[in-house]
Every structure is written in C-alpha cells, then in structure tokens.
Design a protein around this ligand. Sequence first.
Ligand SMILES: [Zn+2]
Ligand SMILES: [Zn+2]
Length: 375
Amino acid sequence: MKRKAGPAVSHTMQAALLVAPERFEMCDVPRPACPEGGLLLRVLACAICGSDGRLFLGRKRIKGSQEIDGRTLPGPIIGHEIAGRIIQVGAGVTQYQPDELVAVAPGISCGTCDLCRAGQVLICRNYEALGYRYPGGFAQYLAVPALLVSDGSVNRIPVGTPPWAACLAEPLACVVNAQEAMGIRTGDSVFIAGGGPMGSLHLLLARHRGASFIAVSEPDAARREMAKRLGADVAVDPTSPAWASELVSGNGGRGFSAAIFAVSSIAPVRQLFGYFEAGSYQLLTPGARVNFFAGLDPGDPPLGLDVRALHYQALSLFGSVNSTPRQNADALSLIAAKSIDAAGLVTARLPLAKLGEAMQLATSPAHLKVVIEPE
Ligand SMILES: [Zn+2]
Ligand SMILES: [Zn+2]
C-alpha cells in the first residue's frame, strides 16, 4: 500500500536507523506526514522483540528499503511492539481523536490475495509490517497507514495501563494466536522450550487458559527461577542428563499434550523428538499438539521425523506466525485487566538514544522484555 501525502511536513525527528549489523545511528530524519485515512503517532513505548535482535545481529534481513514521504532512509527504523499518542488523524478518520493513547498491531495484510480472501490474513502473500517494510517504532514519531486504521489494528489503551505495558500487546497477541491455533485448554500438560520473554508469555497464557501442568526447559538458572515464580510447575535444564526424567516424573509419568518451541534454535526440537522409543515419541501423549513458534535462522539442517509415529500417535504440528487485529485487542485487554501480568516481564526501560545498549540487554539472559521509551 502506498501512503498518500498528508499536510506538508517541515519538522524532523530523531530515529534510530539500523545502518549496519550491530550498529544503530541516531539520525534526524523527516517527521512523517499523517497519511490520509491513517494516523500520526508520537511513540511512547516500543518493546524489543527477539526478531529485532536477529535483525540487529544481521541474522535476519529486511527486504527493500524504507521511505518516509518518498525519501529513502539510509537504514531501516525497526521496532513493531508499539504504543503511542495520537498527534494527528488523517483525512477521513472519524473513530480516533488526537491525544488518545493507542497500541498498534503492526501487521499489514493486503486483504485481496487468495489467502486474505480465505481469511488467512496472517500468511497474506503480500504481508508487510511496521518495523519491516514500513518505518517502525524506534523513532519519535510513526505514521500508521490507513489499512491499519480500517482493519482494526489500532486499539485504545484503557486508562490506568501505562504505554510500556500496553506495547506488550503485540508479542502477547502472537502467543494468543499460537495457543488458539493449537487449542491450549483446561487440563493440558504443556512443555515450553525457552524461558525468555516469549516462553514466559506462553507460560502465563497457558495457565490463564487452564493448563494443569506446565514445564519450562531453559538452560539459564536465573530464567528457570523466573519461570517458577511465574507459575511453572517444573523448570528443567536442557543441558542436564536428568532433563527427560525430570520432565516425566514431574508430570506423573505421562508425556505432554502440548509442546511449544519458543527458542530461535532447532536444538530443543531435536531434543524433544529425540526421545523416541518403541516406535513413539516418549515425551508426547497420543494426540499431542506441537507448535514451532520461534523463528529460526536460515540454514538449520532439516529435522528427520518418524512419520509412522506421527500417524499412530495422531500428533498435530503447527507453525504460528504473526497475530490478527482481534488477537491484539484481546491481548491488550488481558494486559489491562492484569489477567496476564505482562508488565511483570519488563526488566528495563531505556530512552531511544540508548537503543544499542538496550539491544545488548535484550539479548542477555539476565533480562526479559526491554522497552524503549522515546522522549
Ligand atoms: Zn515481536
Ligand atoms: Zn493478502
């Protein structure tokens, strides 16, 4: 979608441009005009996602370049977990007012391809997003394209919820999307690989949806403690020889009815599926659902799976990516109602000028969610 020109913009803004792997440059760039049918936001909070970390390290790339009002930026503005204050509403926008605080679902589906028409908007053939094709939230201002206003991607933040908590609606929405797809429900026993921010959100949401037993597998001791504080029944060390026996004994000798991989590595997948004996995957119950939630770096060798076991154990495999506007609205409500204590996962809040430092924190196991608050 092309943005139409709004009112003339003479101002500039501070933005962190990712000019090279591991290098942000704070630059004065044009402040975007308010798009027709869209919004201009002052960014109040933008959380760092694991995928931002992979972009930062050069392990994931943005196709093409970003522009602001027709001018190509020397590097992209990333960041897609965004909360802000409406500064201007575009022509034709009647449902929002200046000064309202909103959280934005960043995914832009075309609405016209075969997959969109079939309701599969998250795997739209022309999928774009803020922080990828469009400038993201690590800047003082952000243009919200008209399509995001019209498809319900802009959600008002309830009074009493700070923007630095509201911006976690997007990652939580992706977790909602995954758990809805795999049907996490009352009585499930859930294995979660990874006690980082996404694994922690999966833990909190699985409990909220009624899972009766939750195990987190995480090599970092502090993160295992955190997982227990957040309600995990067991937190096991995947590097320990007792890993599998602790999982099985903690769960009354049974396997898991659901498994979620929230680590950008294929190693935990190999580990879980490696417990294969007598023709079946020992750590999974018959009928188990498995979700490959985290994005991986390209180049990991493919996984060998025993198709006979997949069949006789009636296993279901899911890949989940992105989140719908409705899931973002639901996630924001869960955060605002404190049904999910997402704010409890925020371990640091830094100004935009410290984005490089914040990235280092976000990629260290001592931190969970790190939020940038542009001044
Ligand atoms: Zn994200
Ligand atoms: Zn589409």
